[in-house]
Design a protein. Structure first.
Length: 433
């Protein structure tokens, strides 16, 4: 399959192009020049940047933890197909915040479609955005230079190129809002029209011998892991239905499948990914935080685990623990609940939402509001891992009956006034009523 380079964000919403006379003026008119854009994302939040080709490697990160503006350089691991031809591609991205870039190191690799980091305001930016420059070839020296107009510009072996020369826009992934006059080549990729299929499983509920399996139990508060996870799963399932390009099932919310039955169901379901929701437990009541487990070597599993735990940590105000990797270590194939990760075909993640054994922590999900927060956080994490966007809200047609008019002119004047209010309306003659 051709290694095309696609625009790296879910929107093309350029707030400033390289042709502007504001802060980018020196980039274009100085020597040497580059052609930066400011990508503002869909709204005021912090949208993600995704790997635009088969694989990109981090070359350099600077600014984290000091007074310099945060900047990251990434280069494709192999030549990519661009509108301007085939070559290595280098991106220089400015303004991501410390909370993301501090976790990224030189040499780290990202695969196509993988969420890499979020837009930010580091360096006194007036709002969350990415400042992006593109270049052909690998970076030269340290990747940038201050040009004759005191603008810091990208330096690569093949020189800086315009964004529309670097990227195709995949219309099945990226929504065009504003190009600021730049003319991108749009393309439908090979996956267009194929919805991703996922499944939310509820852990426990039915034991191997057919009895009730409550999972971990907090005797002090009389709480069962299965019952709490069931409610969280319902909210996660409902929230995921709001995303485009995804069909999602909710399984075992009635507790009718034991572990082996859930594994068999997952392997026959044709899923791209599965997530099973659990609560953690430990002998010490002070153990706390959220974590997730995925199968060794699975990129999608890692992405889901990372994004889900980030979202849970933020939504519930809890610690994000280190995520775990599971392999086929010869455990009990019937009772080891990590079997949902090890023995299934789709990318699989087991989410330990928080500790049921920690009274203070579990109280965060003891009521419907907390369960909703947890479920929606899980959904947001899954959506972020795959770059899913929410569906556009359906527009409701509104009707208004006004009355009779003695002349056509009077009816047309009333129609114009009603049109201005946003109502659908039409002029009817008597025989149409």
């Amino acid at each position: 399959m051709e290694n095309r380079c696609y625009y790296p964000c879910r929107t093309v919403n350029i707030s400033q192009s390289y042709t502007g006379d504001f802060s980018h003026a020196g980039n274009l008119t100085g020597f040497p020049a580059d052609y930066p854009i400011d990508e503002a994302g869909k709204g005021t939040g912090r949208d993600w940047m995704y790997c635009p080709c088969d694989e990109m490697q981090v070359v350099r990160v600077t600014g984290v933890g000091n007074s310099y503006t945060n900047t990251i350089w990434l280069t494709s691991s192999s030549p990519v197909s661009m509108p301007c031809g085939e070559d290595y591609l280098t991106m220089m991205v400015i303004h991501p915040n410390d909370d993301d870039l501090s976790k990224i190191k030189a040499g780290q690799k990202f695969r196509r479609g993988e969420a890499m980091f979020r837009e930010g305001t580091d360096g006194y930016a007036t709002g969350n955005h990415f400042h992006i420059s593109f270049g052909r070839g690998k970076i030269v020296r340290n990747g940038w230079i201050c040009n004759s107009k005191d603008a810091w510009v990208l330096t690569t072996a093949g020189g800086a190129i315009r964004p529309e020369e670097a990227c195709f826009v995949d219309e099945s992934f990226t929504k065009i809002i504003s190009t600021r006059g730049l003319e991108f080549r749009t393309i439908k990729n090979e996956k267009d029209g194929q919805a991703m299929k996922g499944c939310i499983y509820i852990g426990h509920g039915k034991s191997a011998n057919g009895g009730y399996d409550p999972g971990a139990v907090n005797e002090r508060l009389q709480l069962h892991e299965f019952k709490l996870c069931r409610e969280i799963g319902k909210y996660a399932h409902a929230a995921l239905k709001e995303y485009e390009g995804l069909t999602v099932d909710l399984v075992n919310d009635d507790g009718n499948l034991n572990l082996n039955e859930r594994i068999n169901h997952a392997n026959k379901g044709g899923y791209d990914w599965i997530v099973e929701i659990h609560l953690n437990s430990f002998s010490s009541q002070t153990a706390n935080g959220t974590e997730a487990y995925y199968y060794k070597g699975t990129e999608s599993g890692w992405k889901i685990a990372d994004h889900v735990c980030r979202e849970l940590s933020e939504a519930l105000g809890i610690v994000q623990r280190s995520n775990g990797v599971k392999g086929d270590d010869g455990g009990d194939k019937v009772t080891d609940y990590f079997g949902i990760v090890v023995r299934t075909k789709p990318a699989a993640v087991l989410v330990e939402t928080l500790f049921i054994s920690n009274d203070n922590e579990v109280k965060k999900i003891i009521d419907a509001e907390g369960q909703r927060k947890a479920g929606e956080a899980i959904a947001r994490g899954i959506a972020a891992a795959f770059g899913l966007m929410k569906k556009e809200p359906e527009k409701t047609m509104r009707y208004l009956w006004v009355g009779h008019f003695s002349t056509l002119e009077g009816a047309e004047a009333a129609k114009r006034r009603i049109d201005a209010l946003g109502y659908y309306n039409k002029i009817c003659v008597d025989k149409e009523l």
